[in-house]
Write a protein that binds this ligand. Structure first.
Ligand code: SAM
Length: 249
């Protein structure tokens, strides 16, 4: 069918692709990918032939020209499948501008849902899964990261963060300082892959463990919500002020 089809791809184990995702990749007129080589390789693994179909590179900084070109193809009635490098497109990955533009143009938009590191990690973390707040990657610089943690401190939900292994130690020690050493947390590493590992403990324990042993690979950090009594009226008011300041831009 014409329109844009957002295809989730594996976060490690190639067989985690869904049967419907394979159908969409096999049936789309045009394949669009964050990285064309990665998508070609995935299709090859699963025996899906290109049969001369174009594979076009697209990410959210590809520019207005490329975006218009893809919208034009869809307006002509062609079907596009979009995949990012791993997991679900748009989730700390490109695709948002394209999906938003397709929706705004009234073009059909569907998802072939599948792997997402944040959701997989949440289910393994041992932390409450009833409410969660996905914060993606926090800023890389120390002061901006602390400010971001202060904003997250009163949130009444399990916090889910993506982090690179080289900044993990700094994130955990900052989180222990800003959110409190005794908050429960989990570090999920290399999910669905050979060296999959989940560490659970307090922020202080995890910061100490990571300071001792450098963790490599892909990492999700999850942090329990603040105990309700720790969320003072002033903190809530300050967080609201901060949020409103962002909104009034
Ligand atoms: N779109 C992806 C998703 O749906 O999860 C996320 C892409 S983002 C650029 C990459 C980050 O996701 C990594 O730095 C890591 O934080 C997390 N991630 C991806 N795959 C992972 C895995 N197998 N195990 C743990 N974390 C993973």
């Amino acid at each position: 069918p014409p329109g844009l089809h957002l295809v989730s791809t594996p976060i490690g184990a190639a067989r985690d692709i869904t049967l419907r995702a394979l159908d969409v990749l096999a049936g789309a007129d045009v394949l669009v990918a964050e990285d064309t080589r990665t998508l070609r390789h995935l299709m090859e693994i699963h025996g899906i032939a290109l049969n001369g179909r174009p594979v076009i590179a697209y990410h959210d900084h590809s520019g207005a020209g490329q975006l218009q070109r893809l919208l034009g193809m869809m307006a002509e009635g062609r079907s596009l499948a979009y995949a990012s490098d791993a997991g679900t497109p748009l989730i700390s990955d490109p695709g948002f501008e394209l999906a938003r533009a397709a929706a705004a143009a009234g073009l059909p938009l569907t998802a072939a849902p599948g792997p997402c590191a944040a959701i997989a990690a949440l289910t393994l973390s041992g932390l409450p899964s009833d409410r969660f707040f996905f914060a993606g990657f926090l800023p890389a610089t120390a002061s901006a990261r602390r400010t971001a943690l202060e904003e997250l401190a009163p949130v009444q939900a399990t916090l889910i963060l993506y982090e690179s292994p080289k900044r993990l130690a700094a994130l955990l020690s900052d989180a222990a300082r800003v959110l409190g050493e005794s908050r429960r947390a989990a570090v999920c590493r290399e999910l669905t892959k050979r060296f999959e590992e989940v560490l659970r403990g307090t922020l202080a324990e995890l910061a100490a463990a990571v300071a001792e042993r450098e963790l490599k690979g892909e990492i999700v950090v999850l942090i329990d919500r603040a105990p309700p009594e720790a969320v003072s009226e002033e903190k809530i008011a300050a967080a609201l002020d901060a949020a409103l300041a962002h909104m009034s831009v």
